[in-house]
Write a protein that binds this ligand. Structure first.
Ligand code: AMP
Ligand code: MN
Ligand code: MN
Ligand code: MN
Length: 284
């Protein structure tokens, strides 16, 4: 049997990743990932479509999604794992977020049209049934040679304060945690180091997240141990949260991020796989 190598955060073409669910499972096999959650933005379709492919392999797949929400003017991403994806409240919530995404994409496109023509018309044929996000605009700006990479696309045009940014109001954090919990899942704060918050504010957000039923926080998000990871491990312990891990893999060209390429879980935390095994989410 392969050594335990989990990754509980990644994307496919059903959101803003570049690999199809089938290709993602093939990559998991290639890189010997043993336990995987596909967490497409505001959708469980990536997971659903990967199930038949994962069944033919030794990759153990659990259900996942990454939901956008609002906490005090901040956009926060909450990963949901091991949910009953047939849950109606969850699917209605995800549908609502996808609708917000469509409206925002139209608003971005109106801003883009005078300078670049419609970007959305070029993006649409590539989407199929996937949700739309700012990353699709980033990829289109790259394809048209307007920017050289994704970072530049965000820094020049797509991030808050730039010319193609369209404001959006996501559902409240507590509401989103409720969708996940009531669907039988575990809610996890995604990449907590990226939110531009003071330590006190982050602690306050974590407390509200816990009160709403949230139980996990991503501690390991990178291949190497870094100060963010040490800080988050400490937070997980202090707040009594399960420590999760995920690469946030989007596309093979991003060579600094690989599926399953993650530092070892630090000592002293309660790893999320303990929870997943207790609740029979993971069987191996
Ligand atoms: P959205 O949920 O559509 O607003 O897009 C969020 C996604 O855009 C994230 O999951 C990242 O993939 C990407 N993203 C957000 N901010 C940046 C940034 N500053 N540089 C590069 N990519 C980013
Ligand atoms: Mn993304
Ligand atoms: Mn995210
Ligand atoms: Mn992500």
């Amino acid at each position: 049997m392969l050594p335990f190598k989990p990754d509980f955060h990644c994307h496919t073409t059903l959101s803003d990743g570049s690999l199809t669910p089938k290709e993602l499972i093939e990559r998991a096999v290639q890189f010997e990932v043993t336990h995987l959650a596909i967490t497409d933005h505001d959708s469980t379709k990536g997971y659903e479509q990967a199930v038949p492919f994962a069944e033919k392999t030794n990759v153990e797949l659990i259900s996942g999604t990454e939901i956008s929400c609002q906490w005090q003017k901040h956009t926060i991403h909450i990963v949901g794992l091991q949910m009953d994806i047939a849950n109606q409240q969850l699917q209605a919530g995800l549908e609502q977020n996808c609708q917000i995404r469509i409206e925002r994409a139209q608003a971005i496109d109106e801003k883009a049209k005078p300078r670049f023509g419609s970007l959305l018309e070029k993006i649409k044929p590539k989407l199929k049934e996937g949700m739309i996000g700012r990353n699709h605009f980033a990829q289109e700006l790259i394809a048209q040679g307007i920017v050289s990479d994704q970072n530049q696309a965000f820094n020049k045009y797509l991030k808050q304060g730039r010319s193609l940014y369209a404001p959006v109001v996501w559902p409240e954090l507590t509401e989103v945690v409720k969708w996940i919990v009531e669907a039988g899942g575990i809610a996890v704060i995604a990449h907590p180091h990226i939110y531009k918050m003071t330590k006190n504010k982050l602690n306050k957000m974590i407390e509200e997240f816990k009160q709403a039923g949230g139980k996990g926080i991503e501690v390991v998000c990178q291949p190497r141990v870094c100060s963010d990871q040490i800080g988050m491990a400490d937070r997980a312990k202090r707040h009594g949260l399960y420590a999760s891990l995920g690469s946030d893999f989007h596309r093979p060209e991003h060579t600094w991020r690989g599926l399953g390429w993650l530092a070892t879980m630090p000592e002293g935390v309660d790893p999320i796989w303990n929870y997943l095994k207790q609740t029979k989410g993971l069987i191996r």
